[in-house]
Design a protein around this ligand. Structure first.
Ligand code: PMP
Length: 295
């Protein structure tokens, strides 16, 4: 599903066939979840294939590694160029790109001597689909920021996300909405959350969330479109009686929410601020002007 016999990936300075790639089973990443990764998208635009915010994603990869003491000294411009070459070699335009920094064999709980980089790309539909989502409040909280670097995209952190998403699916929902350790609404297992109430959007501030690049893009769109956004803590009770909500992330893009714990929102999605932002986001990644899409 992610590769065929012809797929090429980037591994430690070389482009090789995915089927020929190997790894060491004693890698610290495999045993302890000590690695860092990214999720990036490229789009077929009228100016050719464009990787959306490639530099920002690779800077975050550097930040993730640095914050957990994984040595990683690639330059973000160089990584961007490598990724364009990878896309070309695989004949991909609309793609999801997955860089992964993983560690050398080390069964001790010490920083690694060596790290490796692989970059893969494949075609992937919108991660949470196109339909409005039915969410449930998860019984799993976001990790305590004193235990982990919650703003780093570190492999092991995603056990928390997998538990939350799989619990939601077992309970018959599409996705989970997670609270932080103080009971405030934080984010989804792989996407940030925005709530619309009386013409204002609310989203959790940095601290307990991965403050996404898409979240930042949405905040920028709101500034341009004169939509008021507040980054503040709020309790799940604020969701009841709110007008609408959406999630956003590189893989999910912008996706509307139908209900949380079976309670629907007041506004139909097409009339929500989220629907406007969804179109504006689409136009930004495709490098079109907003007016081509919205009006
Ligand atoms: N929160 C979490 C926990 C995530 O895994 C992601 C996906 N990287 C996001 C938010 C959204 O981040 P971004 O917009 O940078 O993809």
């Amino acid at each position: 599903m992610y590769y065929t016999k012809d797929t090429i990936l980037y591994l430690n300075g070389k482009f090789i066939k995915a089927v020929d790639a190997t790894t060491d089973l004693y890698s610290q990443t495999l045993h302890y979840g000590y690695g860092a990764f990214e999720g990036i998208r490229s789009y077929k635009t009228s100016h050719g294939t464009k990787i959306f915010k490639a530099f920002e994603h690779y800077e975050r990869l550097r930040h993730s590694c640095k914050s957990v003491n994984i040595p990683f000294d690639y330059d973000s411009e160089e990584l961007t160029q490598i990724t364009y070459t990878l896309l070309k070699k695989n004949n991909l335009s609309d793609a999801y790109i997955r860089p992964l920094v993983y560690c050398s064999p080390n069964m001790s709980l010490t920083t690694p001597n060596e790290v490796y980089l692989m970059i893969a790309a494949w075609q992937w539909g919108k991660y949470l689909g196109d339909n409005l989502l039915k969410l449930c409040i998860s019984s799993y909280q976001r990790p305590n920021p004193n235990s982990l670097k919650v703003d780093a995209k570190v492999t092991g952190h995603y056990v928390n996300s997998i538990l939350a998403t799989s619990e939601a699916k077992v309970r018959g929902y599409d996705e989970a909405l997670m609270l932080d350790m103080n009971g405030n609404v934080a984010e989804g297992p792989g996407a940030n959350f925005f709530l619309e109430k009386d013409g204002v959007l609310y989203t959790a501030p940095a601290g307990h969330i991965l403050p996404g690049i898409t979240r930042q893009t949405v905040i920028g769109i709101c500034r341009e479109l004169d939509i008021k956004v507040e980054e503040k803590f709020f309790k799940p009770e604020a969701i009841e009686g709110a007008d609408s909500a959406f999630m956003c992330g590189t893989a999910a893009e912008v996706i509307g929410i139908e209900s949380v714990d079976t309670k629907p929102f007041r506004k139909p999605w097409p009339e929500s601020l989220g629907a406007i932002i969804q179109e504006a986001y689409k136009s930004q990644v495709l490098e079109k002007s907003y007016s081509d899409v919205i009006i």
